[in-house]
Design a protein around this ligand. Structure first.
Ligand SMILES: NC(=O)c1ccc[n+]([C@@H]2O[C@H](COP(=O)([O-])OP(=O)(O)OC[C@H]3O[C@@H](n4cnc5c(N)ncnc54)[C@H](OP(=O)(O)O)[C@@H]3O)[C@@H](O)[C@H]2O)c1
Length: 292
């Protein structure tokens, strides 16, 4: 099937907005493309955002070789990349799991990397907010089976923290760890690290308060399980992926199944439209119970 054409970069149309938080000083071009962006005032504990794109039937990865990326879900939407860049530009930290790194091995998680054409505007925004141009990139891996020669570790474009287990750290140290990479080992007998422990390690290294979780679904599931997500940005792409009974297409959250009555419920805060995509923003702060 041919790759769907990239949608042109037109301004998003605001359909619904709640005026909570402080309006951020977006440079004119970003203000024209996105509209106003508000964020809560800094607090004592970190504010955790997540950003994903999903099909209408809830698939976030086709999980097919060469087509496992978020781009395959968004139809390579320029507007979705613009929003991804915007959130990276205001974030102090971007956290991803090893599976997401594996699906996009040459990437670094910066605004510039996802939308180079707007790099100057993103840089101006980060600077106006007193943030460094590139957020701290955090990679979570229980096994430690990651290739430290990848650009996120070895290009020098970002500072990177790897949160892993003691066994994972031992495995990694054998490769030789590049200068820009910090490795933190957590005790875990099962290979899974609690999301709260990940967040604690991140906060120890980064004084920043705005943390962006870009997934994937397993990592996000662990954050929702501990009620650590304050807001979900969700782009709804107008496609139906479908699922076979036994296929491995991934939903927004994997590895966690919430019991009836225990499912996190969000509150709709913002809706914007870009062509046939919807850009949704939900708050989960009310259901957030455990904090660091
Ligand atoms: N549509 C979107 O917006 C979007 C966003 C992000 C990702 N994705 C897609 O999602 C797919 C990847 O899915 P995924 O669920 O495998 O992604 P993932 O959560 O990024 O990766 C899972 C792996 O990350 C590590 N990990 C995650 N949480 C951990 C924890 N709490 N403790 C220890 N290790 C942890 C483990 O690595 P080890 O195996 O090394 O222990 C685990 O196997 C890719 O196709 C990617 O493109 C889509």
């Amino acid at each position: 099937m041919p790759r769907p054409a990239s949608t042109p970069l037109a301004p998003l149309q605001k359909l619904f907005e709640t005026k909570r938080g402080k309006r951020l000083p977006l440079p004119p071009k970003l203000a024209r493309l996105y509209g106003s962006l508000r964020m809560p005032q800094p607090r004592k504990h970190p504010y955790v955002l997540s950003n994903f794109v999903t099909t209408m039937d809830g698939v976030v990865s086709l999980n097919v070789k060469g087509h496992a990326s978020g781009g395959d879900i968004s139809g390579f939407s320029a507007q979705d990349r613009m929003v991804m860049g915007l959130l990276r530009a205001i974030a102090d930290v971007v956290i991803i799991g090893a599976g997401t790194l594996g699906a996009d091995r040459q990437h670094v998680w910066t605004a510039r990397a996802i939308f180079p054409e707007l790099a100057d505007d993103y840089r101006r925004l980060s600077k106006a907010l007193g943030k460094s141009e590139a957020p701290l990139n955090v990679i979570v891996s229980g096994s430690g089976e990651i290739d430290l020669r990848l650009p996120v570790f070895a290009s020098g474009k970002v500072q990177t923290l790897i949160v892993t287990t003691t066994a994972g750290a031992q495995r990694m140290l054998k490769q030789g760890v590049p200068d820009a990479v910090e490795v933190r080992a957590m005790r875990s007998s099962v290979g899974t690290i609690a999301a709260s422990a990940i967040l604690e390690e991140v906060c120890r290294l980064s004084p920043g308060k705005l943390i962006l979780v870009e997934g994937g679904p397993r990592l996000l599931g662990d954050f929702y399980a501990q009620r650590l997500i304050d807001e979900q940005f969700l782009t709804l792409a107008p496609q139906i992926a479908g699922r076979d009974t036994d296929d491995r297409r991934l939903g927004l959250v994997m590895g966690q199944a919430f019991a009836p009555g225990e499912t996190p419920w969000g509150t709709l805060r913002d809706v914007r439209r870009g062509s046939s995509h919807l850009f949704l923003r939900y708050s989960f702060s009310e259901s957030r119970t455990s904090r660091i």
